[in-house]
Ligand binder design. Structure first.
Ligand code: ADP
Ligand code: MG
Length: 240
């Protein structure tokens, strides 16, 4: 469903994505791990065109990424993104945050958008907080709202870039539980995370990146029990 082929990306002299080939099937959960600066965020950002690429192709359902305008807005709805920093609209209520994209991009009517927003907020466990502003909620609650906001667009896939890295430890599991449930429900997901427990239990595949390259790809049990590359062995010895 998502296909990257021969993708290269530079930031000035820095070659941040080097000949990336990656195919993600519908319903697949791919966990991307690797040292800081290895290009994980850039990889995610290229898939919904928050970053352009220098060469190669990226397709969603066989179609190249749109370049601009309404098509691009639709792409970002089709391929949702959840960031480390939540990125909710601070001056909008939680309910409004989850309604906005439906109204503007999906052109859903207001009543239907509100109904869907409330259902999704219930589903991620913050239904009672619908009228609060993001700053009145904990980080874990805000991140669950961000997930509900992505889901409100009926996305084909969701990209998660270190969704629990900014959270206090006691809030990490409430977010991972929502993600785990999404994975079980068959959502196509790319998840950049250092949560190896989540990778082991939810991932269909682990992609290990270092220095802008995909160094290793394997099923989680194979990757964690028997990493092949020295880079992966070294990385795992530092974090496990
Ligand atoms: P990761 O998410 O794996 O930590 P990133 O994709 O954020 O890695 O970054 C990869 C490399 O690209 C890093 O060296 C980072 O400093 C650099 N980089 C990321 N974004 C930019 C940017 N907008 N301009 C210049 N360099 C960048
Ligand atoms: Mg990153």
């Amino acid at each position: 469903m998502v296909a990257l082929s021969g993708v290269n990306k530079h930031f000035g002299a820095l070659h941040v994505l080097q000949d990336i080939n990656l195919n993600i099937a519908r319903g697949e959960v791919v966990v991307v791990i690797g040292p800081s600066g290895s290009g994980k965020s850039t990889l995610c950002r290229t898939i919904n065109r928050l970053e352009t690429i220098d060469s190669g192709t990226i397709t969603i359902d066989g179609k190249p990424l749109p370049q601009e305008g309404r098509e691009l807005a639709r792409l970002r709805a089709d391929v949702g993104m959840v960031f480390q920093s939540f990125n909710l609209f601070a001056h909008k209520t939680v309910l409004e945050n989850v309604m906005l994209g439906q109204l503007k991009v999906r052109k859903v009517d207001k009543k239907a958008a509100e109904e869907k927003a409330r259902t999704l907020l219930d589903r991620v466990g913050v239904g009672k907080q619908a009228d609060k502003y993001p700053a009145q909620m904990s980080g874990g609650q805000q991140q669950r709202v961000a997930i509900a906001r992505a889901l409100a667009m009926d996305p084909k896939a969701i990209l998660f870039d270190e969704p629990t890295s900014a959270l206090d430890p006691e809030m990490i599991n409430e977010v991972l539980d929502v993600m785990q449930q999404l994975a079980r429900d068959g959502m196509t997901m790319v998840v950049v995370t250092h949560e190896m427990g989540f990778a082991r239990s939810a991932a269909n595949r682990v992609v290990f990146m270092a220095d802008g390259r995909i160094v290793e790809e394997a099923k989680p049990e194979e990757f964690f029990n028997n990493p092949r590359s020295e880079r992966a062995k070294d990385f795992l010895s530092k974090i496990l």
